[in-house]
Write a new protein. Structure first.
Length: 282
């Protein structure tokens, strides 16, 4: 642990995982929230180096093709395409000489809304009420909702019901403010938990993250609502709505594989706001 909560610390240009970045799948595996947040930080830094301040993130795709270990992480970025209205950035995460993840960010230039009427749903997801989850930019235990109301008690939500989550994102590194894009990129990995967490725990592990954004978040509080899930032969296609306190802002899809031999029992853990985790079930 560091004095200031974060997923990584610096080692030159590399990032070294802290205990907060450790996955529940293994004691030597990074979770996707930390990986996606760190990749998004690298993509933002690459965009900043181009001098483009007129673009904003619209699409974020991460391939989690090899388990990232609790080891130093190196990031390489490439501007694939840049024009007046778009900048496409690729990011690769390596550990040693091994590539473990890659990401692609599409940054677009905002313009005027087209005049024609287009369908959109009448109902949109909403955050927990303020008396349950007051506004905050500080990291804290996620709030969850299923057939049980919003709470931070994971055991109450280990069921086969539709789920929502509400998180205050953890900084990637301790000495930099977390950007809204990093916050939503990190939170997007939670789409797998919201859609694949059932009565036995989380029995599927996602292989990717595909996030699209109509606008940036207004802060670092991010909500996810399960909207669809299709599963066949151990492969699941899952979709969530993304929202903040200002309303809906995008969508996340993930592809996941059955991983029942290493089920994560979310009903048997309890978290504190500083990231400490303890078992509540023997």
């Amino acid at each position: 642990m560091t004095d200031e909560i974060s997923f990584f610390t610096h080692d030159g240009d590399d990032l070294v995982p802290t205990a907060l970045a450790c996955s529940m799948w293994s004691d030597d595996q990074l979770h996707g929230v930390a990986v996606s947040g760190a990749l998004a930080r690298a993509a933002e830094q690459c965009l900043a180096a181009t001098g483009r301040t007129d673009l904003r993130p619209a699409r974020w795709v991460v391939d989690l093709f090899k388990a990232a270990r609790m080891q130093p992480c190196t990031f390489a970025t490439t501007v694939v395409r840049e024009s007046s209205r778009i900048c496409l950035v690729d990011v690769t995460l390596t550990q040693g000489d091994v590539r473990v993840a890659r990401a692609s960010a599409t940054f677009l230039k905002p313009t005027a809304t087209a005049p024609g009427a287009v369908w959109q749903p009448a109902e949109r997801p909403s955050p927990p009420p303020l008396d349950v989850a007051p506004e905050s930019d500080q990291p804290r235990v996620p709030f969850l909702r299923s057939s049980s109301p919003w709470s931070q008690n994971f055991t109450e939500h280990q069921n086969a019901d539709r789920k929502s989550s509400w998180t205050s994102a953890i900084p990637v590194v301790p000495d930099e403010p977390l950007s809204p894009f990093q916050a939503v990129a990190a939170a997007a990995d939670g789409a797998s938990m919201v859609t694949n967490w059932g009565a036995n725990g989380v029995e599927y592990i996602n292989t990717d993250i595909a996030l699209t954004l109509a606008r940036p978040p207004v802060g670092v509080e991010i909500g996810l609502l399960a909207t669809d899930r299709v599963e066949h032969d151990g492969i699941a296609s899952c979709t969530t709505a993304v929202f903040d306190r200002a309303g809906a802002l995008g969508t996340v899809t993930v592809a996941a594989l059955a991983n029942a031999r290493r089920t994560v029992d979310m009903g048997g853990v309890e978290y504190s706001d500083d990231g400490q985790r303890r078992a509540t079930r023997v």
